[in-house]
Design a protein around this ligand. Structure first.
Ligand code: GLN
Length: 255
């Protein structure tokens, strides 16, 4: 059967810091190498939300505070109501850094008013003030969820001032082994709600962690077509080499 997926890429022009567009390149390449017909829908400030319901996978990347504020105003007003329904209907999603903050209840920047969030994720983010150090650097963490890939080692690069605290209606994605993660205190990194992933990992996260990219693709096909599938294995030697070089830098023994 020839599967077809539509990926909604939110604010590609505003929210794609630190190479987060590489996540879209990774997803489309890993689909096409499996003959999954994939289309990327560019969802910008200028587009409405009409094409969102036909999408099977959602991605929104990171941004500096100014772009984050600009995008989140539009997101709340136009896109969030549809995205919230899609996430509640188990559509898989990846929200990175500023996007991760934006789908929470609010983001309190180090100056200016709180930026209201979409409350899709039960979390809040507070920047502790311009005296606080940004959380920057390579990070390694062990997945706690989703169950299919629990225990896998994920690596990425974080650069955020905001500290995120999870509420009761969401699960931490991973346990930090090295680096800071959500807030540098509780040693959690990211979050999972239904099939929606939030993470501080730039890098971009998916090329460095093919197991997570494939989990998102598999979920997208299974939810759309209503059946379990097995994805063909791909040659991930390059990703393995990249992972090993970063883990060596972090003095972490890799499996
Ligand atoms: N502006 C947010 C912060 O500094 C998010 C930054 C980002 O997306 N890298 O916490």
């Amino acid at each position: 059967m020839n599967y077809k997926l539509n990926i909604a890429w939110l604010y590609p022009d505003l929210m794609s810091t630190y190479g987060d567009r590489g996540n879209i390149i990774c997803l489309t390449k890993r689909c096409r190498e499996r003959a999954i017909d994939v289309t990327v829908k560019y969802i910008t400030l200028e587009t409405n939300n009409l094409s969102l319901p036909e999408c099977n996978l959602i991605f929104m990347g990171g941004a500096q505070d100014r772009q984050q504020k600009l995008a989140s105003e539009d997101f709340l007003r136009v896109k969030a109501p549809v995205i919230k329904t899609m996430v509640e209907n188990n559509i898989p999603a990846l929200f990175v850094c500023a996007a991760y903050q934006t789908v929470g209840h609010y983001y309190r920047p180090y100056k200016g008013k709180d930026i209201k969030g979409a409350s899709i994720f039960d979390l809040v983010t507070v920047h502790p003030g311009d005296q606080a150090k940004r959380l920057i650097g390579n990070v390694a963490a062990r997945l706690l969820v989703p169950s299919e890939i629990k225990g896998e080692l994920i690596i990425g690069f974080e650069n955020h001032g905001g500290r995120t605290t999870l509420g009761n209606n969401i699960k931490p994605l991973a346990k930090v082994i090295s680096g800071r993660g959500n807030n540098g205190r509780d040693l959690y990194e990211g979050a999972l709600y239904k099939n929606a992933v939030g993470s501080y990992f730039h890098g971009p996260i998916l090329p460095k962690n093919p197991v997570l990219a494939d989990w998102l693709i598999k979920k997208a096909v299974e939810i759309k077509y209503g059946k379990k599938i097995k994805l063909a294995l791909l040659n991930d030697n390059l990703a393995d080499l990249a992972r090993k070089s970063i883990l060596r830098k972090m003095n972490i023994n890799y499996d």
